[in-house]
Write a protein that binds this ligand. Structure first.
Ligand code: NIG
Ligand code: FE
Length: 393
């Protein structure tokens, strides 16, 4: 938080002892070598940077199809809002997701998992939200569960039934809100399919009063809260996150000083998603410096999704954090690892390389961690380890 965000404990010529998937000790290589048993496997990281695996705390990795046609429309001058208003946007992905079987969705999501790993990410939050009916939302969350069984990385499930009003409820949106509260939430909670509940709190999607209603019902069912807040308009989403004791308020491109103060009072973590600002060709990035100066435990994430942020790359997000939000590379690394881990309630297991933590770490082909944010647009990860095992994907 605050100035601490920029303090990394870097060990030059460092070593790390790993046993049974857990970090047992870190320190100067010489010290670690003394503690090593004779038959230990040695990984030589000479000349390379070793960092905790990135924790991507805001992503939408399970969806059908893509929106490359909309991407071209935006290149030709249409805006995200115009495309959504004419039936594209989230609804387009909902149509493509509903048309896919569970196995087809899984096959696609496995490809996304490989992309995350290649970029050095070892934990990914996974929102539903492209099904928008009881069965279709459950289908996405079941695919997420299968991702955890079939990939070495961890996906943390979030229920986002309130992502948009589906076409069939366009003339009766209240009916959809009732469906979310009375039918989806009980099934999701009873089947243990999600840890968090999220809402897209925005004009034309779910207003503050409706978001409050849905999230209050989610809390009553034992889910923790994240909110898509103030992305396109400053509608009081940050204040709502504070009022409800949300774990995170995400996006915040339009949030002003009162919203930042509310987050601070309630200790809500901001999750900043510069990839979506960049990919939508917008200019207004969230006010990261003010949030850091206010002492907030800022997180940065990809917002990986087929519409507003088609990147699984945390290093790209680090680059955007530095160039567009004026975060230092050290602040960006903290925001992408330990702070992100705390925002997923896993700060005691992942996000740092310390004794007792899971041995999820990545070796990079560079000698200084700042190079990760500096060279941009290509993966620099050399090898990725999960629970002490090198994975190839
Ligand atoms: O976080 N803002 C809402 N949801 C996504 C966009 C989803 C989409 O366009 O498919 C986001 O940017
Ligand atoms: Fe999102």
């Amino acid at each position: 938080m605050g100035a601490e965000l920029g303090e990394l404990s870097i060990i030059a010529d460092g070593g790390m002892l790993v046993t049974d998937g857990l970090i047992v000790a870190t320190g100067p290589s010489g010290e670690i070598e003394k503690q090593m048993s004779g038959d230990a496997e040695v990984v030589d990281a000479t000349g390379r940077v070793v960092l905790p695996g990135f924790v991507d705390a805001h992503a939408h990795p399970v969806f059908g199809g893509n929106r490359v046609a909309e991407f071209e429309m935006r290149a030709r001058g249409a805006t995200y809002e115009e495309i959504a208003a004419s039936g594209g946007g989230i609804r387009s992905t909902v149509r493509q997701t509903r048309a896919a079987t569970e196995d087809q969705l899984l096959a696609r999501a496995l490809k996304h998992a490989a992309w995350f790993i290649r970029a050095g990410t070892t934990t990914v939050e996974a929102k539903s939200g492209y099904g928008l009916s009881v069965e279709e939302e459950l289908k996405i969350l079941r695919v997420t569960r299968r991702l955890n069984e079939e990939t070495p990385i961890e996906f943390v499930p979030t229920f986002l039934g309130a992502h948009a009003i589906p076409e069939e409820f366009q003339s009766a949106p209240d009916g959809y809100v009732s469906l979310v509260i009375d039918e989806m939430l009980p099934r999701v909670a009873d089947e243990g399919l999600a840890e968090f509940c999220d809402v897209f709190c925005e004009n034309g999607y779910f207003d503050v009063a409706t978001s409050r209603k849905i999230l209050t019902a989610a809390k009553a069912r034992g889910l923790d809260i994240r909110i898509h807040a103030d992305q396109l308009t400053n509608g009081g989403g940050a204040e709502l996150a504070a009022e409800l004791g949300a774990i995170t308020a995400d996006h915040l491109e339009q949030t002003e000083a009162p919203g930042i103060a509310a987050l601070k009072r309630a200790r809500v973590q901001p999750v900043l998603l510069p990839g979506s600002v960049y990919a939508l060709g917008k200019a207004r990035y969230p006010r990261a410096r003010e949030m850091i100066e206010a002492g907030l435990a800022v997180v940065i994430a990809t917002d990986f999704n087929p519409g507003s942020s088609p990147t699984p790359s945390m290093p790209m997000v680090l680059s955007l954090a530095a160039t567009q939000m004026k975060m230092t590379p050290a602040e960006a690394v903290t925001a992408a690892t330990i702070n992100a881990a705390y925002s997923l309630k896993r700060g005691d297991k992942i996000g740092s390389l310390e004794a007792g933590q899971l041995a999820n770490f990545v070796l990079y082909d560079c000698a200084d961690y700042r190079e990760l944010a500096y060279w941009f647009g290509f993966p620099q990860a050399h090898s990725v380890y999960l629970r002490g095992e090198r994975i190839s994907w």
